[in-house]
Write a new protein. Structure first.
Length: 286
């Protein structure tokens, strides 16, 4: 067999072997990531990022060996390495953003300002972190759209992480009542609805329990044009539960108020004073 044909067969074999190994590694690593995500026993961030690193390393090493197996490509690689100084400068300028994204991705995985499945609020986007790759972070917003943000960009963003440290979330439940309503009755209705909701949790510390602090605080927070504003602090185990609980409470409190005498939800209104006709005529003549 001709040596060139033999080298080509070796090249093709190495490339195919690299693709097969990459596919098998992708399947095995995906199972590990899916298991950790499904069971929620460990943070899947490290597993997902490590998966991307391993797959990139497999393809890089495999294709490098394949190139080295062909003498013609080996000579070309040698020529390129001979001009490595000029090439390094050119590649450095061309790939500085890509390398910056890789470094930023590594720092994100190490220091963990956010993790997979965390709920983030950025300056212009909100959503759940779905993946952190070598180059970018994938965020799924609440319309089920994917937002692709380069790692170097999101590293410089001011981020509100709803799941950082303590997953518990406080949900403000605001309700306006009329000036003629009984504030104490309205506060009791709101407090009872919050305490009986199945997603509500008791946020009090042992010191607050000993001091007799209320489980649900309800306070007057504003007196506006035609209403008195009440606010309850309702706690849930995480952001999704807090959102669902807040929607349920607005509905249940509204229904309770509709059934209760002495408490009304006001409509905006204005008091209009009309001048007498004579005063109005004099005003027009002036």
């Amino acid at each position: 067999m001709n040596s060139s044909v033999f080298n080509i067969l070796i090249f093709i074999s190495i490339v195919l072997a690299t693709l097969i190994i990459g596919m098998l590694a992708n399947k095995a690593l995906s199972k590990i990531v899916n298991k950790s995500t499904r069971e929620m026993t460990t943070d899947p961030t490290n597993h997902k990022f490590l998966k991307h690193v391993i797959l990139a390393s497999i393809y890089l090493i495999g294709f490098s060996i394949a190139v080295y197996a062909l003498p013609s490509l080996r000579a070309l690689a040698g020529s390129l390495l001979a001009g490595a100084g000029i090439l390094a400068v050119a590649v450095g300028f061309a790939a500085q953003h890509a390398l910056g994204n890789v470094v930023s991705g590594i720092f994100i995985v190490i220091f963990k300002p956010f993790r997979i499945n965390d709920r983030l609020a950025l300056q212009s986007h909100q959503g759940i972190v779905e993946d952190i790759t070598l180059r970018h972070t994938v965020i799924r917003n609440f319309e089920n759209r994917r937002i692709i943000i380069p790692n170097s960009v999101i590293s410089n963003e001011i981020i509100v992480n709803a799941d950082f440290g303590d997953d518990r979330i406080v949900r403000w439940v605001d309700m306006n009542i009329s000036y003629d309503s009984d504030i104490d009755i309205a506060k009791n209705i709101i407090r009872e609805e919050v305490m009986t909701h199945p997603m509500h949790i008791d946020p009090r510390t042992p010191a607050e329990l000993e001091a007799g602090a209320p489980e649900v605080a309800v306070r007057v927070v504003a007196v506006i044009d035609s209403a008195v504003s009440l606010r309850a602090w309702a706690w849930a185990k995480d952001a999704p539960s807090a959102f669902e609980m807040g929607c349920d409470l607005l509905e249940s409190i509204k229904k309770r108020i509709d059934e209760t005498e002495g408490v009304d939800i006001p409509y905006p209104h204005r008091t209009v004073y009309l001048k007498k006709e004579e005063n109005l005529r004099n005003t027009i003549n002036i």
